[in-house]
Design a binder for this molecule. Structure first.
Ligand code: ADP
Ligand code: MN
Ligand code: MN
Ligand code: MN
Length: 339
């Protein structure tokens, strides 16, 4: 038998963006636990904007687990928040109600800034560093500094150890800005991985005295890029059947539901979706081949493959909730007949 450190992770009730919360519970198991070995647990919802003080217990229901290589016998346990009955989802639980389907594949490109002393890592105390240009996929101290790469490499290794399906990382357009990409099959599975990867990143940053700035436009209306979470998606039908006629119907449905999509694509997105910095304006819906100024970018492979494959919705932002984003995309797709 060994004592395992189970780090129960959940999303709190803050609006418009939930914070990650976690606490450790020790349990003894003969071998590395599986989901069904993990009991529900509780927490004080009055401290997380999830309950009134009088009756404050909320329930944590484990939904996914990942080995934590930073701790001896460590386990990261992603949880849904449930009402005290343990059965009904808490109103803050955006995971419980979304459509899911293992044939729906998602690739999330999570962009973020590393911040220290209230400014992006590498920015001088006053003013700005040299303008954007060399930082995207850049190398060298003057482009990426000295701490950032330690952080992103350490983050990557811990995520890979955890079984999180990273597909890559890169330095982004603004100084101090980075990206990781996660691919997963099924909306819940893919989004769980994004949330746990966010959690790991914030935890890695603690010892560097660095914070992750998830806001989509931390530098406001300047010539510095904002942060997105481009959401690449495909269903079995899109990959196997597809076709131009279906694609056109799909884009009509996306256009019709434009506002419903924007509503869950992250707060303050009007600051980022301006039509500049490789974005489309928030009040327009467009799609285009390899067009980084469109709402939805069609990869070359999609056209070359007779309108089969995946599409990239470029509108979701870095602070968006991947459960809500994936759920909304699947809802719109489900509104389009496949016959
Ligand atoms: P770019 O920066 O050029 O937009 P990235 O390489 O950062 O491209 O991201 C491409 C994303 O597309 C990756 O997250 C990958 O997982 C995702 N992807 C690739 N194929 C599919 C597919 N069939 N369905 C869904 N997502 C996919
Ligand atoms: Mn990318
Ligand atoms: Mn990017
Ligand atoms: Mn992209």
């Amino acid at each position: 038998m060994a004592k395992y450190k189970l780090e129960y992770i959940w999303l709190d009730g803050y609006q418009p963006v939930a914070n990650l919360r976690s606490k450790t519970q020790i349990k003894e198991f003969a071998k590395f636990p599986t989901l069904k070995d993990l009991p529900n647990w509780g927490f004080d919802g009055s401290s997380t904007q999830q309950a009134e003080g009088k009756s404050s217990d909320c329930i944590l229901k484990p939904v996914a687990l990942y080995p934590d290589s930073t701790r001896k016998n460590g386990v990261l346990v992603m949880c849904e928040v449930m009402m005290p009955d343990g059965k009904s989802p808490h109103p803050s639980n955006t995971r419980a109600g979304i459509p899911d389907d293992p044939g729906a594949w998602f690739g999330f490109e999570q962009e973020y800034f590393l911040y220290q002393d209230g400014r992006p890592l590498g920015f001088p105390e006053n003013g700005y560093p040299a303008p954007q240009g060399p930082y995207y996929t850049g190398v060298g101290y003057k482009n990426v500094g000295d701490i950032a790469r330690q952080i992103v490499e350490e983050h990557l290794d811990i995520c890979l150890d955890a079984g999180i399906n990273h597909e890559g990382i890169n330095a982004e357009v603004a100084k101090g800005q980075w990206e990781f990409q996660i691919f997963g099959k099924g909306s819940k599975n893919a989004a769980d991985q994004v949330w746990v990867a966010r959690y790991i990143l914030m935890r890695v940053c603690e010892k560097y005295q660095v914070d992750v700035e998830w806001h989509c436009k931390p530098l406001g209306a300047t010539d510095w890029n904002g942060s997105g979470m481009h959401s690449n998606f495909s269903t079995s039908f899109m990959r196997e059947k597809g076709g131009k006629a279906y694609f056109e119907k799909l884009m009509k449905a996306f256009e019709k539901n434009m506002h419903e999509h924007i509503a869950v694509y992250g707060p303050d997105n009007h600051m980022r979706l301006t039509g500049l910095h490789e974005t489309q304006s928030i009040d327009k819906f467009t799609f285009g081949l390899a067009d980084r100024g469109a709402s939805i970018r069609i990869p070359h492979s999609f056209i070359n493959n007779d309108y089969k494959g995946y599409l990239e919705d470029r509108r979701p932002n870095s602070q968006g909730d991947p459960y809500a984003i994936a759920g909304r995309i699947l809802k719109t797709i489900a509104s389009v007949p496949t016959k």
